[in-house]
Design a protein around this ligand. Structure first.
Ligand code: GLU
Length: 301
């Protein structure tokens, strides 16, 4: 791993709830690794979901990080202020004929998958997050049929034609660090497992996948340190980076902090937020002890 101050790390939570111990672990790990490498650490508010993200949660995120001692640079990037950047990337893919308007809602895709299973006696394939893959119906519409549906006012999302994208990029991989191997290991991307991922929602010119890839490149991020739940998504990110001519950062997907019952923590009320722990009298050192090196939450000493 080259030790150089040109490296840039980032912590990129969505301000749609209070940070919990899992976020604390991720933020502290980013902070410690960046500091050890003499690198910069950026904060990014991933707030494209305008219905769920709020300025109050953003401020709470920043207060939690200050309390934890995670120093991030001033003026965090707020994704909702950069829709034009994501739109430009989408238009580039559109110009290459690699995206298409997708008219089915998630509910319609679920119904399609159920009907297919009833008729065929085996399950319709699902993506790594468990959602049924998008059927090929809209991908095979003619340009005229598409134009007609759009002219009728049918709402649509934009989806990536994954088969065409993979034919364009060829096999891809990424460097995964943190497994003890100096320099990390190469992991082969498996984007086909996702099918035709959504790149822009009906109501937004972007999606998580598109904005994270565009921002990491625009911000010069060299090191992405995030939870293992996002490891499968990295395959999609590699495809988008390759198609858009963007550099690939090194990745490190860390173990998730699990609750006492072994489940992943969530921002729901059942998992104590950092602010609640602070109010209960815990110190940042207690939080560091509780999250340890990842895995299950320990008791504060
Ligand atoms: N915004 C994502 C989340 O809160 C993290 C994105 C990333 O680190 O790539 O889960």
């Amino acid at each position: 791993m080259p030790e150089s101050s040109s490296r840039i790390f980032r912590f990129a939570p969505s301000p749609n709830g209070a940070l919990h111990l899992g976020h604390a672990y991720s933020a502290l790990l980013n902070h410690d690794l960046a500091r050890a490498a003499g690198a910069r650490l950026l904060l990014r508010h991933e707030d494209i979901d305008r219905a769920r993200c709020t300025l109050a949660f953003e401020r709470a995120v920043e207060a939690d990080l200050r309390w934890l001692g995670v120093a991030v640079e001033d003026r965090p990037r707020r994704q909702s202020e950069h829709f034009a950047d994501y739109r430009a990337a989408l238009e580039a893919l559109e110009g290459e004929g690699l995206v298409y308007p997708a008219f089915m809602t998630r509910g319609q895709v679920r119904a399609f998958a159920e009907r297919w299973q009833e008729e065929n006696g085996r399950p319709w394939p699902r993506d790594p997050d468990g959602a049924p893959l998008y059927p090929a119906l809209d991908r095979s519409l003619s340009a005229r049929e598409r134009a007609e549906r759009i002219a009728e006012g049918a709402p649509f999302a934009w989806r990536l034609d994954m088969a065409a994208a993979c034919a364009r990029t060829g096999p891809l991989s990424w460097t995964e660090e943190g497994g003890g191997e100096p320099g990390g290991v190469r992991v082969a991307a498996e984007p086909q497992a996702w099918g035709d991922v959504m790149l822009a929602r009906r109501d937004l010119p972007t999606s998580y996948h598109l904005s994270v890839v565009v921002d990491d490149a625009l911000q010069g991020v060299t090191d992405v340190v995030r939870g293992a739940d996002l490891l499968p998504a990295t395959s999609v990110h590699r495809v988008l980076q390759s198609l858009l001519g963007l550099p690939a950062p090194a990745y490190r997907h860390h173990a998730l902090i699990l609750g006492p019952d072994g489940r992943k923590l969530s921002k729901s009320a059942r998992d104590a937020g950092l602010a609640a722990l602070r109010e209960a009298g815990l110190t940042p050192a207690d939080v560091r002890r509780m999250v340890g090196s990842g895995g299950e939450i320990g008791e504060p000493a």
